[in-house]
Structures are given as C-alpha cells and as structure tokens.
Design a protein around this ligand. Structure first.
Ligand code: GDP
Length: 538
C-alpha cells in the first residue's frame, strides 16, 4: 500500500522548534505477552488511525497489516523488525517506535531506545516486573529516559495495586507516582479514581475491546452510590499515597527517578486515553541532541538525523533496504540532498517513507522527533548521521553490546566466496550480527557474535535466500567475554579453552569457555590485563 500524505496547509511553513514542541516520541518496553501489540492497537484506535482494533499487528488469528516481514517471523509469530507509527492526538503528533518482542533481539530494542524521548513500561498486572522489563528499564535508566508505567490486564485477576507499586520502588528503585488508582481488585475492575481531579472513571466491558470503551465520569458522591465499598477503599489507598509523598512530581519524572503509574486494560481499551493524555502533559518533547563532541545540535539548526535501524526485505516485491532515521534538528523535506557524515557523500532523500507494518506513506516533511524510512539506503548503516548545511554534525555511534554467543561461519560453496563476504558485511552494517576476526582462523572463517542465538537463524536464512550464499555455522563454546587491556598479551590468551577475537571498532576481546578457565589462566599469568566489557550501553 502506498500513498502520498496530504499534510494540512498550516504544516507547510512550519517552524521546527514549534513542531518539535508538539511531538512526543516514545517506545513501549515490556516482557513478551504483557500486551504491547494490543496496547499499540488501542493507542492507534484512540488516535483514529484505524477504525477497529486488530489492524496494526497481525498476530495469529487477527487480521491486518502484519509487521512481520520475514517469513521466519511469520512462522514463529514474533516481530523482529522495527518501524514507527505516527498519529495525531489533541493537536499533537505522537511517534510510537515499534520494538521487537523477543529477547534475542534486545540489541535492536536498545537501539530504538536511543531514538526516543520517553518510554512506556508495560506490566502484566498478574506478573509485575519480568526479566526483560527490568533489562530494558535498566537501559532507560542508563540513558536517562523518563518512564511512564502502565499496569495492564486489570480486567482479570492479578496482584494488588499497592504491592505492584512497592515492587517498582524496591526492585528497581523507581518511585511510583500513581495518577489513576484502580477501583475494584484486578479481575473485578470497576474503573479508576483519577487522582488528578478526584473523579471516578467507570469502566464498561466492550465485546473484545474492538471499539473505544465508553468512559463514565462521576463525582466522588456518585461513585459512593454506584460502587460503595470499592470506591471507599480506593479513596483511602489514594490518601495513603499522598501521605507517603507519591503524588506526581514532574521534575522527578524528567530526571527518570520516579514514574507516573496508570492502570488499565489494553484489550478493553481502558486507561489508554489516560496514557495519551499523560504523554502530552508530562513526557518531554524532542530537544537539542548532543553530537559526538557533546555539543547540542539545536532544533532550529539545519536538518540532521541519525540512523537507528536498517531493514531489508520489507517489501517482498522489491529487494529494498530501508534505513530508519530519527530527525534531530531542522525540517526534513522529501527530495533534499543530505550529506552522509561518515563519507561526506551526498544522499538523495527522494524516496522517504513512513512505515508501520506493510503500510507505507510517502513522507513530505518531517520534524525533530519524527522517524523517516529512507529507501534504497545501501550506503547507510546503523549509527550513521545525515545532515544538510553548515555546521556539519555527527551524532555518537550506536552502542555495541557484549556478545554472548559465538559461531564460526564458513561458506558451503567456495565458488561464491565473494557473495559470502558481501552478504556478511551487509548484515553487520545493518546491525543484525557482529563480525569478529580471528588471527588464527583466518579470513575464510570469520567469527559471528550475537547477543541472542536467534540472530544466527536470521543470518542463516538471509545468507541463503538473499545472497544465495548458504553457510555453515559452527557454534563455539565460549560463555565469558573480557576486553584485552594490552593487545601485546594476545599470545598468552590462546589456550585450549580461550581465544582472541578482534572487533571492527579496534577493540580486542578474549573469550573463555567458562569462568573457571578464565580464573585459572589469570592465576597462572597474573600480569594479564583483562577488563569487564562494561560501557556498552553508554
Ligand atoms: P505482546 O507479546 O506484549 O505484544 O502481547 P500481546 O499484545 O500479543 O498480548 C498477549 C496476550 O495478552 C494476548 O492474548 C492478548 O489478548 C492478551 N492481553 C493483552 N492486553 C490485555 C488486557 O488488557 N487484558 C487481558 N485480559 N488480556 C490482554
């Protein structure tokens, strides 16, 4: 599907600072099954992008615009690719960046988080904080990204609201600031007390949540009449929260120390409007972004953007390659010629698109906070900067993550070694996999390194179907990784249980089969300078 978006006349001569001010760019972080796809649908439904929930993510049994481009995704029912959904809400422009659900692709999710100004942490009311939620929250904290918490699935039995709030405080040190408070326990959900105005917002089940749930606003007196005891209990708990200092503190939220908390049900579309309103009222708008020297690129400087995701094979009809870039300053106008900061080459933006699922709209203009999909972007890699005009700018590169899985790659067809090399290079540039060089194994046997083992499956499949260069992967038994502080010591690190691998960024890694073999080598050679690979999410 392809069409040209007709922007309203008023948008045609826009001021980037004003446009940035009405934008909110965020991503949802959650553990698989917490309801991210459902919430995305519900948000889009509220924004009237789609008329009925179910049209954005096509999971099994649901119809719609599937965001699974690779057949592997389809067969496994997981979403690997990332894109952005843009919609208008109350005179604002919301950019929701999609993140992959599977833990093996967490590296992709981390990169998406470098392109947002805020995150919504989605919890399953019965499960609370789950491992991947915590992992992703840590990245948000590290990057200073403010987090809004949405406790989902309140329409079915779950844990106590106070207990969930305590968990945020005790386990991840995030102070909860509930803006709404549930009336009725999880499973017997009557609605929420809106702590901002003291009103009761009654909840009514709709069949399958296919339309926006009707909200019934009532005063406290009416609420007592309607739901009696449950209302009293919610009101008392809300008082307790105020007494313990858990009311909204916008500064603490901006510093990412405290999180506004909302309760709802994505599948029933309840609480979703609150979430949109909180995004508008409290989430930060795009602001000046520091370049690689730490100098802020002001919003009103000429156009600049950085690539946070590269994707190929999104359109089965064409073998295309799309680079997703977040606009950081100025106005993007389709057709402008930008400079690729790394090579100083010109890059034509004639084919800029916005994408979500298989829907593509041609983007005519974009402003700070927006995501543009640049088609035919063979020159662009993850972390690259594009800009126009002077001064030139380069944003910091993308963080590389500590790989945890290693495999040697060999082509099964020596006649296609050129395609083998080229294919791997492209996958590395897209950020699908890391490529390490081993002096002892040589050029023909590069070592691939991944954060999650499923990345190897993607490499296998794409090398075969896209580059027609099938390969054989031999998994290596390493589980412990250290940075080699002194490359002069590399010869000491070649043993039967360890080896040395070089990364393209110039760093040298030592990999060990296990902790015990690393420690015994260190005991044998105390002069070895081995360091933890820590600053990866810097
Ligand atoms: P994702 O893996 O995080 O994208 O999760 P999905 O959106 O696919 O949701 C996982 C399951 O939870 C699906 O069966 C949803 O229908 C269900 N679900 C999502 N939100 C809610 C909710 O608010 N209430 C209930 N009862 N089920 C929900």
């Amino acid at each position: 599907m392809s069409q040209t978006r007709q922007l309203p006349e008023t948008d045609r001569v826009a001021d980037p600072v004003k446009e940035a001010g009405r934008r909110r760019t965020f991503a949802v972080i959650s553990h698989p099954d917490a309801g991210k796809s459902t919430l995305t649908e519900a948000l889009a439904l509220h924004a009237k992008v789609i008329s009925e929930a179910g049209a954005v993510h096509g999971k099994a049994g649901r119809r719609g615009v599937v965001s699974d481009w690779l057949s592997m995704e389809r067969s496994r029912g997981i979403s690997i690719t990332s894109a952005a959904l843009q919609f208008e809400y109350r005179e604002h422009v919301i950019n929701l960046l999609d993140t992959p659900g599977h833990a093996d692709f967490s590296e992709d999710t981390y990169r998406v988080l470098s392109a947002v100004d805020c995150a919504v942490m989605l919890l399953d009311s019965a499960k609370g904080l789950e491992p991947q939620t915590v992992k992703l929250f840590d990245v948000c904290r590290h990057r200073g990204i403010p987090v809004i918490t949405f406790v989902n699935k309140w329409d079915r039995p779950g844990r106590e609201a106070l207990e969930l709030c305590d968990e945020l405080r005790d386990r991840i040190g995030l102070r909860p600031m509930p803006l709404t408070w549930p009336v009725g326990i999880a499973g017997d959900f009557r609605g929420v007390l809106d702590r901002r105005d003291g009103e009761f917002v009654g909840f009514e089940r709709t069949s399958g949540g296919a339309t926006i749930a009707p909200e019934h606003h009532m005063s406290a007196d009416e609420a007592v009449e309607r739901v009696g005891d449950e209302w009293q209990r919610a009101a008392e708990e809300s008082e307790l929260l105020t007494e313990s200092g858990d009311d909204m503190d916008p500064d603490a939220f901006a510093r990412a120390e405290a999180s506004p908390v909302l309760f709802g049900s994505a599948v029933q579309n309840f609480g979703v409007r609150h979430l949109l309103d909180v995004l508008l009222e409290h989430a930060p708008a795009p602001s000046a972004r520091p370049d690689e020297r730490g100098e802020p690129r002001q919003l009103d400087e000429p156009f600049s953007a950085f690539v946070f995701k590269v994707q190929t094979g999104m359109d089965p009809a064409h073998r295309d390659r799309v680079a997703f870039a977040r606009v950081c300053s100025g106005e993007f106008e389709r057709g402008i010629v930008a400079t690729h900061a790394d090579t100083q080459r010109s890059f034509s933006t004639k084919y800029a698109q916005q994408m979500f699922g298989q829907q593509r709209d041609t983007v005519e203009r974009a402003y700070p906070g927006d995501v543009i999909g640049l088609v035919n972007a063979s020159a662009l890699g993850v972390g690259d900067t594009l800009h126009t005009g002077k001064p030139a700018v380069r944003f910091p590169g993308m963080p590389q993550f500590t790989p945890e899985h290693f495999a040697v790659a060999r082509t099964t067809d020596p006649g296609r070694s050129k395609q083998f090399r080229r294919g791997l290079e492209q996958l590395v540039q897209e950020g699908v996999i890391q490529l390490l060089h081993s002096e002892t194994r040589g050029e023909g046997a590069p070592v691939l390194a991944a954060v999650g083992p499923m990345q190897f499956d993607v490499v296998n499949q794409r090398m075969e179907s896209e580059f027609r260069s099938p390969l054989k992967l031999e998994q290596l038994p390493y589980t412990v990784v250290r940075l080699v502080g002194d490359p002069g010591q590399r010869s000491m690190l070649h043993t039967h249980s360890s080896e040395v691998l070089d990364r393209a960024d110039g760093t040298t890694l030592a990999v060990f089969t296990d902790d015990i073999s690393m420690r015994s080598l260190q005991r044998l050679k105390p002069e070895l300078d081995l360091r933890h690979v820590v600053a990866d999410t810097e």
